[in-house]
Ligand binder design. Structure first.
Ligand code: MN
Length: 423
């Protein structure tokens, strides 16, 4: 099935403001509610959210595999159970209804009033019921920076890094949607030359990541190849993998991160389909040494997505502190998924896979405070002349992301999270 919804020449009868993240070529899915409407599936175009439950009730989604329960629901999982063919058909149908040359919906103002809601008046909710959450460590620049700081600058990457898309199993219960605040976690940290102490973490950091969401995979024991992998990916969101660096430093040997990570990770609320990102597929950075056969892949499997991080202090304007790009990742999503399932591990509908911190080659493209301030040794100057080594209480961390080409911008909106003091 072709992705008609990606046609760059499509125009919509819904006006979208210039530089808006959500033109007709995007059409991301999410879960929203209003004071009058229960949680349900929405699609975003410009400054509007389309209520798919109402669209279905009015008959505009007839002759698709979708039932009303797929839209009158608290999560996108039902819809994702229809697989790539189902969601592609749905996005194509919505695209057709919104395109200028289709009068079906446009010419029925009563139906337009019933299905369109101003985005500013809805509350966005957690889009996915996440089954399992995995976080990778796939940026070579990030792994090199961390290895340089904490181990050996001349031998920064561990021996397995260039052979394995390194990852760990995280915790799904504490993944939260944009807009929900988190509290500074407490835990054990160990001062140099002294016994460990308990108290609020002093080194709270963000990790600039993207995450992908999966369709139902294969059964336990079977593997997903790199050729098949993208058929199992529904879409992507922005992902802030909050980290407590002082807790992490003390706890991570030998089994990896634990309480330094599972106090909260934030995602953006609109899931941009992998279909919508196809025009922005680019080559993956060259991989040396040559990878093992099951990690080999063909075609463009990385994506050109501009990423930005801002810190907004409680009482002043936001400062942009980082500019990176998803295309810098050494291991692509197809390789991550192939590796994840190569031992027969089963991927389920609604699993979330974090990319790992996305750092680029330049100092302003590092995807964490740890790297941007080089362990706190080079504080960042903010617009209001204050300085940051890590994240302060009442700071809001905002991440934005978008692909752009030939005047079309496919954006993710933002993931915005305020850090509150310890409870
Ligand atoms: Mn992470």
């Amino acid at each position: 099935m072709s992705i008609e919804a990606n046609n760059p020449n499509l125009k919509s009868w819904i006006k979208t403001p210039e530089n808006n993240d959500f033109p007709i070529q995007n059409l991301p899915f999410g879960i929203f509610k209003t004071p009058n409407l229960s949680k349900r599936v929405g699609v975003r175009i410009g400054d509007y959210v389309i209520d798919l439950k109402s669209l279905h009730v009015l008959g505009y989604l007839d002759n698709t595999p979708f039932k009303i329960e797929d839209f009158d629901t608290e999560y996108l999982n039902n819809l994702m159970k229809k697989g790539k063919n189902g969601t592609r058909l749905l996005r194509n149908r919505i695209s057709k209804l919104l395109s200028s040359n289709c009068g079906d919906l446009k010419n029925n103002q009563h139906h337009v009033d019933q299905t369109f809601i101003e985005a500013s008046s809805v509350e966005m909710c957690m889009p996915i019921k996440i089954g399992d959450y995995t976080d990778f460590y796939s940026s070579k620049e990030h792994a090199t920076n961390v290895g340089t700081m904490f181990r050996d600058p001349n031998n920064a990457l561990l021996p397995n890094w260039l052979w394995i898309p390194v990852g760990y199993h995280g915790r799904a219960s504490s993944v939260i949607p944009s807009g929900v605040a988190i509290h500074r976690p407490k835990g054990q940290t160990k001062p140099d030359e002294a016994n460990p102490v308990f108290g609020p973490s002093k080194l709270i950091d963000f990790e600039l990541e993207m995450a992908f969401v999966t369709y139902e995979g294969k059964q336990l024991g079977d593997s997903i190849s790199t050729i098949e992998a993208e058929d199992y990916i529904f879409g992507l969101c922005l992902f802030n993998d909050w980290s407590a660096r002082d807790i992490q430093k003390w706890e991570y040997v030998p089994l990896g991160p634990f309480l330094a990570k599972n106090f909260g990770s934030s995602i953006s609320c609109w899931i941009v389909t992998l279909d919508a990102l196809q025009p922005y597929a680019v080559d993956t950075p060259s991989q040396e040494p040559e990878v093992l056969d099951y990690l080999k892949f063909e075609g463009k499997k990385s994506y050109d997505i501009n990423l930005e991080v801002y810190i907004k202090p409680e009482k002043s304007t936001e400062s942009k502190i980082c500019k990176s790009n998803f295309k810098f990742m050494y291991w692509n999503m197809a390789q991550q998924l192939a590796h994840h399932s190569v031992n027969g591990c089963n991927i389920k509908c609604g699993d979330l896979m974090g990319s790992g911190t996305i750092s680029g080659p330049t100092e302003d493209s590092y995807g964490s405070m740890l790297e941007l301030t080089w362990k706190g040794s080079k504080p960042i100057k903010m617009n209001d002349d204050t300085e940051r080594k890590f994240i302060n209480d009442f700071d809001t961390v905002i991440m934005k992301g978008y692909s752009e080409k030939d005047g079309i911008r496919i954006g993710f909106g933002e993931v915005s999270t305020k850090l509150l003091p310890s409870k």
